[in-house]
Design a protein around this ligand. Structure first.
Ligand code: ATP
Ligand code: MG
Length: 256
Protein backbone atom coordinates (compact mmCIF):
# COMPACT_ATOMS: atom_id res chain seq x y z
CA UNK A 1 0.00 0.00 0.00
CA UNK A 2 1.36 3.37 -1.00
CA UNK A 3 2.36 6.02 1.48
CA UNK A 4 1.07 9.37 0.26
CA UNK A 5 3.06 12.58 0.71
CA UNK A 6 2.28 16.20 -0.13
CA UNK A 7 5.13 18.47 -1.05
CA UNK A 8 3.78 21.76 0.26
CA UNK A 9 4.77 25.28 1.17
CA UNK A 10 2.46 28.22 0.44
CA UNK A 11 5.48 30.34 -0.42
CA UNK A 12 6.13 30.48 -4.17
CA UNK A 13 9.32 29.35 -5.84
CA UNK A 14 10.81 27.55 -2.84
CA UNK A 15 11.52 24.31 -4.69
CA UNK A 16 8.33 22.26 -4.28
CA UNK A 17 8.18 21.06 -7.87
CA UNK A 18 11.92 20.42 -8.07
CA UNK A 19 11.63 18.35 -4.91
CA UNK A 20 8.58 16.40 -6.12
CA UNK A 21 9.95 15.34 -9.51
CA UNK A 22 13.47 14.62 -8.29
CA UNK A 23 12.27 12.65 -5.28
CA UNK A 24 9.95 10.71 -7.60
CA UNK A 25 12.83 9.95 -9.97
CA UNK A 26 15.18 9.14 -7.07
CA UNK A 27 12.66 6.71 -5.56
CA UNK A 28 12.09 5.07 -8.95
CA UNK A 29 15.83 4.70 -9.33
CA UNK A 30 16.07 2.71 -6.10
CA UNK A 31 13.25 0.40 -7.14
CA UNK A 32 10.16 2.07 -5.68
CA UNK A 33 6.86 2.25 -7.55
CA UNK A 34 5.85 5.90 -7.74
CA UNK A 35 2.86 7.98 -8.83
CA UNK A 36 3.52 11.71 -9.12
CA UNK A 37 0.36 13.82 -8.81
CA UNK A 38 0.47 17.39 -10.12
CA UNK A 39 -1.99 19.46 -8.08
CA UNK A 40 -0.86 22.81 -9.46
CA UNK A 41 -2.58 24.49 -12.46
CA UNK A 42 0.88 25.71 -13.53
CA UNK A 43 1.56 22.10 -14.58
CA UNK A 44 5.29 22.45 -13.91
CA UNK A 45 5.67 18.98 -12.40
CA UNK A 46 3.86 17.52 -15.43
CA UNK A 47 6.16 19.25 -17.92
CA UNK A 48 9.18 18.52 -15.73
CA UNK A 49 8.34 14.82 -15.99
CA UNK A 50 8.38 14.88 -19.79
CA UNK A 51 4.60 15.00 -20.21
CA UNK A 52 3.20 17.80 -22.39
CA UNK A 53 0.43 19.41 -20.35
CA UNK A 54 -1.18 20.92 -23.48
CA UNK A 55 -1.73 17.50 -25.01
CA UNK A 56 -3.32 15.75 -22.04
CA UNK A 57 -6.76 14.29 -22.63
CA UNK A 58 -7.45 13.56 -18.99
CA UNK A 59 -5.94 15.31 -15.99
CA UNK A 60 -6.28 15.63 -12.23
CA UNK A 61 -9.11 18.09 -13.00
CA UNK A 62 -11.26 15.27 -14.43
CA UNK A 63 -10.37 13.12 -11.44
CA UNK A 64 -11.40 15.78 -8.90
CA UNK A 65 -14.70 16.35 -10.72
CA UNK A 66 -15.20 12.58 -10.93
CA UNK A 67 -15.40 12.38 -14.71
CA UNK A 68 -12.35 10.09 -14.80
CA UNK A 69 -10.58 7.68 -12.48
CA UNK A 70 -6.89 7.89 -11.60
CA UNK A 71 -6.34 4.65 -13.51
CA UNK A 72 -7.77 6.28 -16.65
CA UNK A 73 -5.96 9.61 -16.30
CA UNK A 74 -2.45 8.52 -15.26
CA UNK A 75 0.33 8.35 -17.83
CA UNK A 76 3.60 6.46 -17.67
CA UNK A 77 6.71 8.60 -18.05
CA UNK A 78 9.11 6.01 -19.42
CA UNK A 79 12.09 8.35 -19.27
CA UNK A 80 11.49 9.17 -15.63
CA UNK A 81 10.43 5.73 -14.42
CA UNK A 82 7.23 6.80 -12.68
CA UNK A 83 3.56 7.42 -13.41
CA UNK A 84 2.16 10.94 -13.75
CA UNK A 85 -1.30 12.27 -13.00
CA UNK A 86 -0.93 15.52 -14.87
CA UNK A 87 -2.36 19.02 -14.55
CA UNK A 88 -2.81 22.08 -16.72
CA UNK A 89 -4.60 25.43 -16.60
CA UNK A 90 -7.99 23.74 -16.57
CA UNK A 91 -7.33 22.85 -12.94
CA UNK A 92 -7.62 26.51 -11.90
CA UNK A 93 -11.37 26.19 -12.57
CA UNK A 94 -11.72 23.28 -10.17
CA UNK A 95 -11.27 25.62 -7.24
CA UNK A 96 -14.59 27.31 -8.06
CA UNK A 97 -16.40 24.24 -9.36
CA UNK A 98 -15.67 22.22 -6.23
CA UNK A 99 -17.23 24.79 -3.92
CA UNK A 100 -20.79 23.49 -4.28
CA UNK A 101 -19.94 19.80 -4.26
CA UNK A 102 -20.20 17.37 -1.38
CA UNK A 103 -16.98 16.19 0.29
CA UNK A 104 -15.11 18.73 -1.78
CA UNK A 105 -11.97 18.45 0.31
CA UNK A 106 -11.93 14.63 0.18
CA UNK A 107 -12.07 14.17 -3.59
CA UNK A 108 -8.41 13.39 -4.11
CA UNK A 109 -8.30 11.03 -1.15
CA UNK A 110 -11.26 9.08 -2.51
CA UNK A 111 -9.80 8.92 -6.00
CA UNK A 112 -6.35 7.76 -4.88
CA UNK A 113 -7.84 5.00 -2.73
CA UNK A 114 -8.29 2.78 -5.78
CA UNK A 115 -4.63 2.91 -6.87
CA UNK A 116 -2.75 2.71 -3.57
CA UNK A 117 -2.02 -1.03 -4.09
CA UNK A 118 -0.18 -0.13 -7.33
CA UNK A 119 2.49 2.04 -5.66
CA UNK A 120 4.98 2.36 -2.82
CA UNK A 121 4.88 6.17 -2.91
CA UNK A 122 2.38 8.73 -4.16
CA UNK A 123 3.86 12.24 -4.23
CA UNK A 124 1.63 15.29 -4.61
CA UNK A 125 3.07 18.58 -5.89
CA UNK A 126 0.99 21.37 -4.30
CA UNK A 127 0.43 24.90 -5.62
CA UNK A 128 1.88 27.91 -3.75
CA UNK A 129 -1.26 28.59 -1.69
CA UNK A 130 -3.33 27.14 1.11
CA UNK A 131 -6.28 26.70 -1.25
CA UNK A 132 -8.97 24.05 -1.80
CA UNK A 133 -6.50 22.21 -4.03
CA UNK A 134 -3.82 22.11 -1.34
CA UNK A 135 -6.50 21.10 1.17
CA UNK A 136 -7.38 18.13 -1.05
CA UNK A 137 -3.72 17.18 -1.02
CA UNK A 138 -3.44 17.49 2.76
CA UNK A 139 -6.62 15.45 3.30
CA UNK A 140 -5.29 12.67 1.05
CA UNK A 141 -1.81 12.44 2.56
CA UNK A 142 -0.11 10.59 5.38
CA UNK A 143 2.49 13.27 5.64
CA UNK A 144 3.84 16.57 4.39
CA UNK A 145 7.32 17.25 3.08
CA UNK A 146 8.14 20.96 3.38
CA UNK A 147 10.96 22.21 1.16
CA UNK A 148 12.41 25.47 2.37
CA UNK A 149 15.21 27.86 1.67
CA UNK A 150 17.21 28.84 4.71
CA UNK A 151 16.35 32.52 4.57
CA UNK A 152 15.08 34.94 7.15
CA UNK A 153 11.42 35.04 6.03
CA UNK A 154 11.23 31.27 5.57
CA UNK A 155 10.60 30.75 9.27
CA UNK A 156 7.77 33.28 9.31
CA UNK A 157 5.85 31.51 6.54
CA UNK A 158 6.35 28.20 8.25
CA UNK A 159 4.06 29.20 11.14
CA UNK A 160 1.02 29.51 8.81
CA UNK A 161 1.74 26.17 7.20
CA UNK A 162 2.26 24.41 10.54
CA UNK A 163 -1.05 25.85 11.82
CA UNK A 164 -2.92 24.72 8.70
CA UNK A 165 -1.48 21.24 9.03
CA UNK A 166 -2.51 21.16 12.71
CA UNK A 167 -6.07 22.17 11.79
CA UNK A 168 -6.33 19.56 9.06
CA UNK A 169 -4.92 16.99 11.47
CA UNK A 170 -7.48 17.91 14.13
CA UNK A 171 -10.55 18.17 11.94
CA UNK A 172 -10.14 16.29 8.68
CA UNK A 173 -7.24 13.87 8.56
CA UNK A 174 -5.82 12.46 11.75
CA UNK A 175 -3.14 10.56 9.81
CA UNK A 176 -1.53 13.82 8.72
CA UNK A 177 1.85 14.78 10.11
CA UNK A 178 4.82 16.83 9.03
CA UNK A 179 7.31 14.22 7.88
CA UNK A 180 10.03 16.70 7.63
CA UNK A 181 11.54 19.97 6.55
CA UNK A 182 13.88 19.71 3.60
CA UNK A 183 16.58 22.34 3.27
CA UNK A 184 16.87 23.16 -0.43
CA UNK A 185 18.94 25.50 -2.63
CA UNK A 186 21.40 25.46 0.23
CA UNK A 187 24.68 27.35 0.02
CA UNK A 188 26.89 26.68 3.07
CA UNK A 189 29.10 29.65 2.21
CA UNK A 190 26.28 32.00 3.14
CA UNK A 191 26.45 32.58 6.90
CA UNK A 192 22.75 33.47 7.20
CA UNK A 193 21.74 30.15 5.61
CA UNK A 194 23.91 28.29 8.10
CA UNK A 195 22.32 30.25 10.96
CA UNK A 196 18.75 29.62 9.79
CA UNK A 197 19.62 25.95 9.30
CA UNK A 198 20.87 25.78 12.91
CA UNK A 199 17.70 27.52 14.13
CA UNK A 200 15.56 25.03 12.24
CA UNK A 201 17.35 22.10 13.83
CA UNK A 202 17.09 23.67 17.29
CA UNK A 203 13.37 24.27 16.84
CA UNK A 204 12.21 21.24 14.85
CA UNK A 205 14.80 18.64 15.89
CA UNK A 206 14.56 15.38 13.95
CA UNK A 207 11.75 16.81 11.80
CA UNK A 208 14.57 18.34 9.77
CA UNK A 209 15.75 15.83 7.17
CA UNK A 210 19.42 14.87 7.32
CA UNK A 211 19.78 15.31 3.58
CA UNK A 212 20.47 18.84 2.39
CA UNK A 213 19.84 19.79 -1.26
CA UNK A 214 22.54 22.17 -2.51
CA UNK A 215 21.95 25.02 -4.91
CA UNK A 216 22.91 23.41 -8.19
CA UNK A 217 22.41 24.84 -11.66
CA UNK A 218 21.88 21.39 -13.23
CA UNK A 219 18.66 21.02 -11.22
CA UNK A 220 17.45 24.34 -12.61
CA UNK A 221 18.39 23.44 -16.21
CA UNK A 222 16.73 20.03 -16.23
CA UNK A 223 13.06 21.18 -16.54
CA UNK A 224 13.73 22.80 -19.92
CA UNK A 225 14.61 19.29 -21.16
CA UNK A 226 11.42 17.88 -19.61
CA UNK A 227 13.40 15.85 -17.12
CA UNK A 228 14.11 15.80 -13.39
CA UNK A 229 17.77 16.58 -12.64
CA UNK A 230 18.20 13.04 -11.31
CA UNK A 231 17.62 11.73 -14.87
CA UNK A 232 19.07 14.67 -16.82
CA UNK A 233 22.44 14.64 -15.06
CA UNK A 234 22.72 11.84 -12.49
CA UNK A 235 26.29 12.84 -11.59
CA UNK A 236 25.38 16.41 -10.58
CA UNK A 237 25.67 17.19 -6.88
CA UNK A 238 22.02 18.17 -6.65
CA UNK A 239 20.90 14.94 -8.32
CA UNK A 240 22.99 12.82 -5.97
CA UNK A 241 21.48 14.68 -3.02
CA UNK A 242 17.97 13.81 -4.23
CA UNK A 243 18.81 10.12 -4.57
CA UNK A 244 20.19 10.29 -1.02
CA UNK A 245 16.94 11.96 0.05
CA UNK A 246 14.93 9.16 -1.60
CA UNK A 247 16.84 6.62 0.50
CA UNK A 248 16.15 8.72 3.62
CA UNK A 249 12.42 8.70 2.77
CA UNK A 250 12.41 4.92 2.32
CA UNK A 251 14.02 4.59 5.76
CA UNK A 252 11.47 7.02 7.26
CA UNK A 253 8.42 5.12 6.04
CA UNK A 254 9.68 1.95 7.70
CA UNK A 255 9.24 3.85 10.98
CA UNK A 256 5.73 5.14 10.19
P1 ATP B 1 5.89 27.42 -7.34
O1 ATP B 1 5.55 27.95 -5.99
O2 ATP B 1 5.78 28.44 -8.43
O3 ATP B 1 5.17 26.14 -7.65
P2 ATP B 1 8.10 25.80 -6.56
O4 ATP B 1 8.03 25.95 -5.06
O5 ATP B 1 7.52 24.57 -7.13
O6 ATP B 1 7.46 27.06 -7.27
P3 ATP B 1 10.41 25.27 -8.15
O7 ATP B 1 9.68 25.53 -9.41
O8 ATP B 1 10.73 23.87 -7.82
O9 ATP B 1 9.63 25.93 -6.94
O10 ATP B 1 11.77 26.08 -8.08
C1 ATP B 1 11.82 27.48 -8.30
C2 ATP B 1 13.04 27.80 -9.16
O11 ATP B 1 14.24 27.45 -8.47
C3 ATP B 1 13.07 27.01 -10.45
O12 ATP B 1 13.59 27.82 -11.46
C4 ATP B 1 14.01 25.86 -10.16
O13 ATP B 1 14.64 25.35 -11.31
C5 ATP B 1 15.00 26.50 -9.20
N1 ATP B 1 15.58 25.54 -8.25
C6 ATP B 1 14.90 24.71 -7.42
N2 ATP B 1 15.74 23.99 -6.65
C7 ATP B 1 16.99 24.36 -7.02
C8 ATP B 1 18.31 23.99 -6.58
N3 ATP B 1 18.50 23.08 -5.61
N4 ATP B 1 19.37 24.59 -7.17
C9 ATP B 1 19.19 25.52 -8.13
N5 ATP B 1 17.99 25.92 -8.57
C10 ATP B 1 16.89 25.36 -8.04
MG1 MG C 1 5.78 24.33 -8.28
Amino acid sequence: MAKIFCVANQKGGVGKTTTTVNLAAGLAKIGQRVLMVDLDPQGNATMGSGVDKRKLELTIYDVLLESATVAEARIRSEKCGYDVLGANRELAGAEVELVDLAHRDQRLKQALGAVTPDYDFILIDCPPSLSMLTLNGLCAAHGVIVPMQCEYFALEGLTDLVNTIKQVHANMNKDLQIIGLLRVMFDPRITLQQQVSDQLKAHFGDKVFNTVIPRNVRLAEAPSYGLPGVIFDPAARGSQAFVEFAAEMVARIQMM
